[in-house]
Design a protein around this ligand. Structure first.
Ligand code: SF4
Length: 316
């Protein structure tokens, strides 16, 4: 008897979102306009391949502005920065190009609006993540970080009638809903943001992996360990019924043992992952006999963001 065909279900959408695409194009444009080196504060997006490719073209990644020579060009990453980062750049006369994703900027604006109205803000997100640091910096005296349901019982606010919640853009939709429910039990007058903070790309990729996970023996998520939305895809795949799920940066990191008894492998990628890495992974699977490849389509994405104003100039 012929062995059963081994198959791959490719979740769509996967990979690059509009904010990551914009951030990477911003660094490329800066390299073109000003020539290397171009300094980038923090990883422009959380993906090893992207960072290494830009480094090879002359981008220099630094942790803080004080590592950038006075007067040089510095790009701020897609995750956003606190106002003090802009201030320290100005103090060094740096030419700044801010590649903060517009959907992160939207959360910054919400934080400032709630703070101006004298609310305490419960920011659901991962303590220490760059985006959370940047958002907290918009109103540090008003924001309390809620790093999951376990933090709900401990938080103290000045007035329980003036409390609002916001969230990091790349969380698990389901887990965040649970945390908000718990917050609402403690603070019945809790105010919600005007629209979802978890961005369209995070939601669509989680929804797409949920569609395929129940049919998968193993789901491979292409993405880096420091990429919040990629790590969430592994968790969402497991919660949705995948027997196993693994995060890899590159195809060669796949352990053959993961596939030993697998008939169906799911494939997806975080929002900071270029398509070439997904293609490499698919080719790796096809070489190992997973030749029946089906794309499982979810939401259609049409969002495109224009480059930051400061990156649109040509050097005259
Ligand atoms: S994951 Fe969402 S918030 Fe983050 S860069 Fe992409 S579109 Fe923007």
């Amino acid at each position: 008897m012929e062995p059963p065909t081994k198959r791959v279900l490719v979740a769509r959408p996967h990979g690059y979102c509009a904010g990551v695409d914009r951030a990477v194009r911003t660094v490329e444009k800066a390299l073109e306009t000003y020539g290397p080196p171009i300094y980038v504060r923090k990883q422009i997006v959380h993906n090893r391949h992207v960072v290494e490719t830009l480094e090879a073209r002359g981008a220099v990644f630094v942790e803080e502005n004080d590592e950038v020579p006075e007067g040089a060009v510095v790009v701020f990453s897609a995750h956003g920065v606190a106002p003090e980062v802009h201030a320290s750049a100005a103090a060094r006369a740096l030419k700044t190009i801010d590649a903060t994703c517009p959907l992160v900027t939207k959360v910054h604006n919400e934080a400032r609006r709630f703070a101006a109205a004298d609310y305490d803000i419960l920011l659901i997100g991962h303590q220490g993540h760059e985006e959370v640091i940047g958002t907290t910096g918009q109103a540090p005296e008003r924001i309390h970080v809620i790093d999951g349901p376990q933090d709900v019982s401990d938080v103290t606010v000045r007035d329980p009638a003036k409390v609002a919640w916001l969230s990091q853009t790349t969380l698990s939709v389901d887990e965040t809903t649970q945390t908000v429910e718990l917050l609402r039990q403690r603070f019945p007058l809790l105010t919600s943001p005007p629209s979802d903070d978890i961005c369209y790309a995070t939601q669509n990729r989680q929804q797409a992996v949920k569609q395929i996970a129940p049919s998968c023996d193993v789901v491979i998520v292409v993405g880096s360990r420091n990429s919040s939305n990629s790590v969430r895809l592994v968790e969402v795949a497991l919660d949705a019924g995948a027997r196993a799920a693994h995060l890899i940066d590159f195809a060669h990191e796949i352990d053959d043992a993961w596939l030993a008894d697998a008939g169906t492998v799911g494939l997806t990628a975080g929002a900071s992952v270029p398509e070439v890495l997904v293609e490499d992974t698919l080719a790796w699977l096809v070489e190992r006999g997973f030749t029946d490849v089906t794309a499982v389509a979810g939401a259609r994405e049409t969002t495109v963001f224009a480059l930051p104003q400061e990156a649109r100039v040509s050097r005259g």
